[in-house]
Ligand binder design. Structure first.
Ligand code: GLU
Length: 390
């Protein structure tokens, strides 16, 4: 086993994300043999006591193939229709292949709102847990038939990371046609070096992501790194590996090339995990150096340290906190609506009553509602300085 990693089978709960190109061939449709080999691997993990959740792409690609749609970009309504046809075939294929191992599959189709709205998130989490308790393997995809362009994940990398944090998984495996992270896109740069172990997702790592994407899948390296941020900051390790060989999970165990992203060493509460993983913060609070220091020291964000407020948000919405260098450093639940935040930005807490006409909260974001997101910059796991100050 490679440094820092533990064998897949030693994990408690694994989310495996499978890219469209692995499951669907443009000319011949579903790759049944590959799927069966994949299900052998899943059955083996489960026999060893590891729970498995699958985030399976391929609905749109499979629907295209079943409907014999010509190649080229689909309009939204066409891809929604393709997904409707493809998803039913995909679910059936998973269900049949897993049943060869006497494993029952359960289908969950999620929309962005199911993971971004706290109440719906808790509801979906409950269903996932219940399925696992019943010994079933959840097969998850985005509900592409109803997701519109504005309100959708669009890629299953980030969806899988969200599912991993939702399910409290300790490992997320992203299987696609890319075998891992390189210092530059390998097809463009002959000097690109492969990275086997990524202790922390630093701005340098983010810069390496480039835009690699294959024809069938929406997710390139960018969305994989975003997925890594969501997963690792919730204490979940992530592996990017090629799913091309039959038995891709076994191949990783046997030492196939893959990139491993270390989980952040500091556990945060489930609620903070949810806050940190929000995909689209409703607004931004730009803070000064003093506030940045205070946040890193575990303090709440006071209005005095806010230089600028952007976006429209209501109290309770998730907002991003932007540091002096323009990078996101934290996320939290806003204590005030955007309009009020603009009025009290840069002012002392004691002035709030006079400014707003009522005694408000002392903090713009209370420390209990705040999670540091950009702080695991260049920090190696196990260092004394923790990634989270909260
Ligand atoms: N949800 C899409 C599908 O099943 C795939 C998205 C992706 O490729 O990441 O077709």
């Amino acid at each position: 086993m490679k440094a820092g990693r533990k064998p897949l089978a030693k994990h408690r709960r694994i989310v495996i994300k499978i890219g469209s190109a692995l499951l669907v061939d443009r000319a011949t449709g579903l790759k049944s043999r590959w799927l069966e080999a994949m299900c052998d691997d899943i059955a083996e993990l489960r026999a060893g006591g590891t729970e498995v959740l699958v985030v399976s792409s391929g609905a749109i690609a499979l629907g295209r193939s079943v409907l014999k749609l010509p190649s080229g970009t689909l309009k939204l309504e066409e891809s929604q229709a393709a997904a409707a046809v493809g998803q039913i075939a995909l679910a059936r294929a998973w269900s049949e292949s897993l049943s060869r191992h006497e494993i029952v599959a359960g289908q969950i189709l999620l929309t962005l709102g199911d993971t971004e709205e706290r109440r719906r998130y808790l509801n979906a989490r409950e269903t996932l847990n219940q399925l696992l308790k019943m010994g079933s393997v959840p097969i998850i995809n985005e509900n592409d038939t109803v997701a519109t362009t504005e309100i959708r994940y669009g890629d299953n990398d980030r969806l899988a990371a969200r599912v991993a944090t939702m399910a409290g998984a300790d490992l997320l495996v992203l299987l696609s046609d890319i075998d891992g992270l390189y210092t530059a896109p390998p097809h463009l740069d002959p000097n690109a070096a492969f990275l086997e172990s990524i202790p922390a997702i630093t701005p340098e790592i983010e810069a390496m992501a480039g835009g690699a994407a294959s024809e069938l899948s929406r997710g390139g390296m960018r969305t994989k790194i975003d997925a890594g941020k969501i997963a690792t900051s919730a204490g979940c390790a992530m592996i990017i590996a090629s799913g091309k060989p039959d038995h891709p999970v076994k191949a990783i165990e046997n030492g196939a090339r893959s990139s491993w992203f270390a989980p952040s060493g500091t556990p945060v509460t489930a609620r903070k995990t949810w806050i940190a993983g929000q995909l689209v913060p409703a607004g931004k609070l730009h803070v000064d150096a003093g506030a940045e220091q205070a946040l890193k020291g575990g303090k709440s964000l006071l209005p005095a340290g806010i230089r600028e407020v952007s976006g429209e948000f209501s109290r309770g919405d998730t907002v991003a906190v932007i540091g002096t260098d323009g990078r996101e450093i934290a996320r939290g639940l806003a204590g005030y609506d955007a309009d009020e935040a603009r009025v009290i930005a840069g002012r002392k807490t004691a002035e709030i009553e006079a400014l707003l006409g009522y005694v408000g909260r002392a903090a713009m974001i209370h420390r209990d509602d705040l999670v540091m997101t950009g702080a695991h910059t260049a920090k190696v796991r196990g260092s004394t300085e923790e990634a989270y100050s909260a």
